[in-house]
Write a protein that binds this ligand. Structure first.
Ligand SMILES: Nc1ncnc2c1ncn2[C@@H]1O[C@H](COP(=O)(O)OP(=O)(O)OP(=O)(O)O)[C@@H](O)[C@H]1O
Length: 266
């Protein structure tokens, strides 16, 4: 277990003794570095306070913490949905503020709690992102992205209105994957879904990590979900990362608010 002081610089926190905990290569390579990320509201309320973390390439990182602790704000900083201060978020060692914003959002895709399906067919939705970049996906490409999100070919011509929320979430995932992101951010992606749809999404995420080495950061209120799929967990309390742990170490979290939160959530 690791505990941190304010502003302490963190490095590859959870590489185990063997240096390889994922079974999918080591965690030696950092995909996203967050350095002293701070946000203060117009009214002077601290929303994020000197958040420091390295997100290793090819892992699933779960973000957990009480309501209002800054989880969504943190996630949104990673693809500039909230514009972070300069030199606080680095993608492959480059300050994301120095990158083209649309390029950042393509490389760092994001999925929300409730999927918004655009008008038109599922295929239109999947073609949308590449089309913006002047790339026309063939039908076969569309089927490929459907399959990645565990959707069969019957979905190709469906409209948003014909989808359950769970199916719509997988279409939203397929649409994000069509942009060929390197990182996937998910803000409570299964909180509106039934257990089977939840498991479908979880299976897809694990497969994306295992088969494609994707880096995945997701916010969840479910400790059980974190334990099922995350390789590493960040615990946020009052805008600060108070613990970074392996999921199996969650019960050992030492911060008092973290302990209370975990007791009540389990
Ligand atoms: N643009 C903003 N201006 C002012 N306050 C904000 C802004 N965005 C978020 N906040 C506040 O910052 C705090 C953190 O919000 P955030 O949505 O990141 O928390 P969260 O941990 O994701 O919460 P939840 O689990 O309820 O979704 C909250 O108190 C919220 O009201």
């Amino acid at each position: 277990m690791e505990s941190f002081q304010d502003g302490e610089r963190l490095h590859l926190l959870v590489v185990d003794e063997a240096g390889d905990t994922t079974g999918n290569g080591t965690w030696q390579e950092t995909k996203i570095e967050v350095r002293d990320l701070t946000k203060v509201s117009d009214k002077g309320v601290v929303i994020l306070s000197k958040v420091n973390v390295d997100i290793p390439k090819g892992v699933i990182m779960g973000i957990i913490g009480p309501s209002g602790s800054g989880k969504s704000t943190f996630l949104r900083a990673l693809n500039r949905l909230w514009e972070p201060p300069r030199a606080s978020v680095f993608l492959d060692a480059v300050d994301i503020c120095d990158l083209d914003v649309l390029g950042v959002r393509r490389k760092v895709g994001m999925l929300f709690q409730l999927p918004a399906i655009f008008e038109g067919t599922v295929a239109d939705n999947i073609r949308y992102g590449p089309q913006l970049r002047g790339k026309k996906l063939s039908d076969n490409d569309v089927y490929k992205f459907l399959a990645l999100a565990d959707l069969d070919s019957s979905f190709f011509n469906k409209s948003g209105g014909e989808l359950s929320v769970g199916q719509a979430q997988r279409v939203a995932l397929a649409r994000t994957l069509a942009n060929e992101p390197e990182v996937l951010l998910l803000d409570e992606p299964t909180s509106a879904l039934d257990p089977i749809s939840t498991q479908n999404i979880e299976d897809v995420l694990v497969k994306l990590k295992t088969d494609r080495g994707m880096t995945i950061v997701f916010v969840s209120h479910s400790i059980k979900q974190i334990q099922r799929i995350a390789d590493v967990v960040c615990l946020l309390v009052d805008g600060e990362i108070v613990e970074i742990l392996k999921p199996e170490q969650l019960s050992k979290a030492s911060h008092p608010t973290a302990q209370r939160f975990l007791e009540l959530s389990s």
